[in-house]
Design a protein around this ligand. Structure first.
Ligand code: SAJ
Length: 425
């Protein structure tokens, strides 16, 4: 019987997952420690942005299938979807996973299933969660089933990917995994693969680590290309025509709460062996300073006195409003440390998050000497360089995402520099 689910954590993963189950006929009780967020959700208001979430939340609340509060309730299934960040020293911070697990212990009954969705260091279910869950007095694996079913969705396409992506389910035993698979079948159309809990934890962490290492490789290639007279964007594009090559793209760094975080879990667990992984993290983390130095060098080469820099793009990637771990924030920080005058603008960030933030594009570009593109938002790709030429003081643009139509900008009189393009770097 899986008639009622209690979801702990109503953020970027927990909330969309809750409404999907609720709209597929299962009663969901959603819990969050943030009472302001709970109140908003109850009133059908969003505290996070995600395409398609509002409509689905309205349906879920109106149907009566989705209730929310700050405390758990008895249920057949408990899903934990809380943050699993890293500490400033790059060690895993499991305090939210621990407190969420503790919070459900008083509500657990025989035949319940507990599922962890948060991305965690391998062995967390066995070594962190199970000792806490044992306090319920239930026998693990028989009276209480436990599994890890990591989410794999990409912000901005969450609902499409929740349904169509394949899913990994790892149980502490086969029964736990099978029951979890049966539950997700409520809305998952992709394949569901079964394994043990620790392997599932490893799979999720290595997916994001693969991407981080691949991006670090691309960033390294960008630097090498600048030194040997090659355009890295062209080289990667051509290399990727090979049937077994898939090199990612360079940029000003890696942001977000997943790819810039998860590889550290492996580094912490086995620093002696996780050497490429560690180096990749360092390479990607060094990109914001590399970009800031490039800006400074351009200003010096062009002998611009008191240069004014206009930074465009603050979110961690294109077309979203999320600034968590954004490399743009780091670029701004380094430019500030170089005592360069600067303004920053992002059409997706509506609130004032940085003191240098301009209210609109015109204000950001007014009298600028170097325009630096850090995020390939659609809004930036369609900018009219002729109009921008009238606003700026010097016509120089540094495109770190290779997203501007170069010819149009050159035609409007701009000196267009591109990260990783030796001829224009
Ligand atoms: N980036 C590059 N070059 C690239 C691709 C990305 O520099 O070629 C940068 C982006 O600009 C961004 C960062 O990497 O700053 C991360 O963006 P992303 O789109 O790669 O990933 P996320 O963090 O939005 O989502 C990832 C996804 N993982 C994988 O694709 C393996 C998603 O499926 C996961 O569910 C999510 O992490 C998560 O929650 O773990």
């Amino acid at each position: 019987m899986m008639n009622k689910i209690c979801v702990i954590g109503l953020g970027y993963i927990g909330l969309p997952t809750s409404v999907m189950f609720a709209n597929n006929g299962i009663h969901v009780h959603g819990v969050d420690v943030n009472s302001a967020a709970v109140e908003k959700i109850r009133n059908k208001q969003l505290h996070i942005e995600e395409h398609g979430l509002q409509e689905r939340l309205n349906v879920a609340i109106d149907s009566g299938n989705f209730t929310v509060s700050t405390t758990p309730e008895k249920a057949d299934v408990f899903i934990i979807a809380v943050p699993s960040p890293i500490n400033p020293d790059k060690t895993a911070d499991m305090k939210y996973v621990e407190s969420a697990t503790k919070s459900i212990v008083p509500f657990l009954e025989k035949e319940n299933l507990v599922i962890l969705e948060s991305t965690v260091p391998p062995r967390t279910v066995e070594d962190v969660m199970m000792p806490i869950l044992k306090e319920s007095g239930l026998e693990m694996g028989t009276e209480l089933l436990i599994s890890h079913s990591p989410e794999r969705v990409i912000p901005g396409r969450v609902f499409e990917e929740l349904v169509n992506n394949s899913r990994i389910v790892g149980g502490i035993n086969e029964e736990s995994a099978e029951k979890t698979r049966d539950l997700y079948r409520a809305f998952v159309k992709g394949e569901i693969f079964i394994t043990d809990a620790t392997t599932a934890e490893m799979v999720k962490v290595i997916e994001n680590t693969y991407r981080d290492v691949n991006i670090a490789f691309a960033n390294e290639l960008a630097r090498v290309s600048e030194n040997i007279g090659v355009n890295v964007w062209e080289a990667i594009k051509l290399a990727n025509h090979h049937p077994r090559v898939n090199i990612h793209l360079p940029g000003p760094g890696v942001g977000g709460h997943c790819i810039a975080v998860d590889p550290w879990f492996l580094v912490e667990q086995d620093p002696e062996n996780a050497r490429i992984i560690h180096l990749a993290r360092q390479t990607n983390d060094s990109m914001p300073l590399f970009v800031a130095n490039k800006v400074k060098t351009i200003a010096e080469q062009q002998q611009i006195k008191n240069p004014k820099i206009a930074v465009l793009g603050l979110s961690f990637k294109a077309n979203i409003d999320d600034m968590r771990e954004s490399p743009s924030v780091e670029v701004v920080h380094h430019l500030k440390e170089m005592y360069l005058e600067l303004t920053a603008f992002d059409p997706h960030i509506k609130e004032q998050k940085l003191p240098q933030q301009a209210l609109n594009l015109e204000e950001a570009l007014q009298n600028a000497d170097i325009v630096v593109i850090l995020t390939e938002h659609d809004e930036f790709k369609i900018l009219d360089p002729k109009q921008i030429a009238n606003l700026v003081r010097s016509k120089i643009v540094l495109d770190t995402k290779n997203c501007l139509p170069r010819d149009a900008w050159v035609k409007a009189g701009f000196d267009v520099r591109v990260l990783g393009d030796a001829k224009h770097s």
